[in-house]
Design a protein around this ligand. Structure first.
Ligand SMILES: Nc1nc2c(c(=O)[nH]1)N[C@H]1C(S)=C(S)[C@@H](COP(=O)(O)OP(=O)(O)OC[C@H]3O[C@@H](n4cnc5c(N)ncnc54)[C@H](O)[C@@H]3O)O[C@H]1N2
Ligand code: MOO
Length: 432
């Protein structure tokens, strides 16, 4: 039997060529930075940058004030002290959006936050540090104070104080964002600030998600005796999309020939096929029957839930082009399928998408005694009690409702049998 770490490694190896292909410029798509994609927000949001973006302008593009205050020449305030202040006549106001003005030596120019520093000035004194600590009355033009207006300063201003210098955030020609970064709000903001309106992004991983089972009906269908609603398609499509993948959904009948021909027709248009169900020891294991002859290996992993797993490159000779397609086959029990996704696919796909691959981890105390099979890595679903200790749920792999209300995955590794209340266990937080 494979360890779960061995299977994790095998999935990573199988998917490695996908990562390489995502970085190929031929697959890049050009998207608008500020343009909207329906209600989802900017089209570039959540995409992964294909190429480095170089800053086309300096940011800031011009020296500007960090404070509402007075632009001065630092040398004019040398020697200013309480009791012996430097008193300067007040010049014309410069506000954000105004052209760069000229600063007359021996004056103080009122500047507002974001206003260009007037040529000649080299420091800003915040209004609170001036005497009086408020701007003088302005004329009807909203720019000039009375000719006799003066302002006193009782301490020097270091050159450069409260001046946001040209290119101090990023200089023109410097790398604004690196290839591979995921475009979230801060990245889109930086692109917008630099006036970059379109970017090349990597295409997402495309996944064909196939749920198998004669008993499955769509969630909106009425059920006959023995039938159940298909939970895995909705659940794994969401999980895959949340990890940055583009998903095509398909439901296969429990018929090997039909599954084989469906996969032969669709699989070459995707990077990866993910199936659920039909992998264990039953008389109608359609996934195993269809894919084992094409090169997918089915193995038992020392893991619970998620014991039976399939993995490999499937070659569909009937398609003529014989391009092998990676297949990851999960067991059908919904909890087994989602735990399998968490352990094997989520970290890899999220890394492809520039997302943090791992769940936040913690080592917490058990709220009660727990028993786990010695020869399996068990992943239980749990919640935290008022003291922050872990209440571990039941192990069965049909308990999807309990999973949906859990906040942690509890790891009980191979070799762990009986654990007493108070013992420490590794948990992954799933409540984000
Ligand atoms: N004799 C043995 N029986 C089983 C073994 C075994 O080792 N020996 N392993 C068990 C374990 S562990 C698992 S996990 C399951 C895996 O079964 P399959 O992958 O073949 O999946 P199915 O038989 O198709 O389905 C299992 C279970 O899950 C329900 N299911 C399937 N698909 C969906 C779906 N899309 N939405 C909701 N529920 C689904 C299905 O109705 C079954 O109840 O095998 C054990 N048996
Ligand atoms: O290995 Mo199965 O996934 O326990 O129910």
């Amino acid at each position: 039997m494979r360890t779960f770490a061995e299977h994790q490694h095998a999935v990573r190896e199988l998917l490695a060529p996908i990562r390489a292909s995502l970085g190929e410029p031929a697959g890049f798509e050009r998207v608008t930075v500020a343009g909207h994609d329906g209600s989802r927000g900017p089209a570039a949001l959540g995409r992964v940058l294909g190429l480095d973006v170089v800053a086309p302008i300096d940011l800031p593009a011009f020296a500007n004030s960090q404070m509402d205050g007075y632009a001065v020449i630092a040398a004019d305030l040398v020697g200013a002290a309480p009791g012996t202040p430097v008193v300067l006549p007040v010049g014309a106001v410069t506000a954000a959006g105004d052209h760069v003005a000229h600063h007359a030596p021996g004056t103080a120019t009122p500047v507002m936050t974001g206003a260009p520093i007037p040529l000649g000035a080299d420091a800003v004194v915040p209004i609170e540090a001036a005497d009086p600590p408020r701007f003088p009355e302005l004329g009807a033009d909203r720019r000039t104070a009375a000719a006799e207006a003066v302002v006193a300063f009782d301490r020097p201003a270091p050159a450069g104080a409260f001046v946001r210098g040209v290119g101090t955030d990023v200089a023109r020609g410097e790398r604004l964002l690196p290839a591979g970064i995921r475009l979230g709000p801060a990245q889109l903001g930086a692109l917008a600030a630099a006036g970059v309106t379109t970017v090349s992004v990597r295409r997402p991983v495309s996944v064909l998600l196939v749920s198998t089972g004669h008993e499955l009906r769509a969630p909106d269908a009425s059920l006959d005796s023995g039938q159940i609603h298909d939970a895995n398609t909705t659940m794994l499509a969401a999980a895959l999309r949340e990890s940055g993948a583009r998903v095509r959904e398909a439901i296969s009948p429990d018929d090997t020939a039909a599954l084989t021909s469906m996969l032969a027709a669709s699989a070459r248009h995707v990077d990866l096929v993910v199936t659920t169900g039909g992998v264990s020891a039953g008389a109608f294991e359609v996934v195993r029957e269809a894919l084992a002859p094409l090169g997918v290996e089915f193995a038992k992993v020392a893991l619970q839930p998620g014991g039976p797993q399939g993995l490999g490159l499937a070659r569909f000779p009937a398609t003529g082009d014989d391009i092998p397609v990676p297949v990851v086959a999960f067991p059908g029990n919904p909890v087994s399928a989602l735990v399998s996704f968490e352990l094997f696919l989520r970290p890899v796909l999220r890394a492809f998408a520039g997302l943090a691959p791992d769940r936040p981890r913690a080592r917490l105390r058990l709220a009660h005694d727990v028993t786990s099979p010695l020869d399996k890595h068990q992943v239980r679903r749990g919640v935290l009690d008022g003291a922050g200790d872990v209440e571990v749920g039941a192990p069965s792999s049909h308990l999807l409702h309990a999973y949906a209300n859990a906040t942690v995955l509890v790891h009980l590794p191979v070799g762990v049998g009986d654990l007493p209340a108070g013992a420490h266990v590794d948990v992954w937080r799933i409540d984000d």
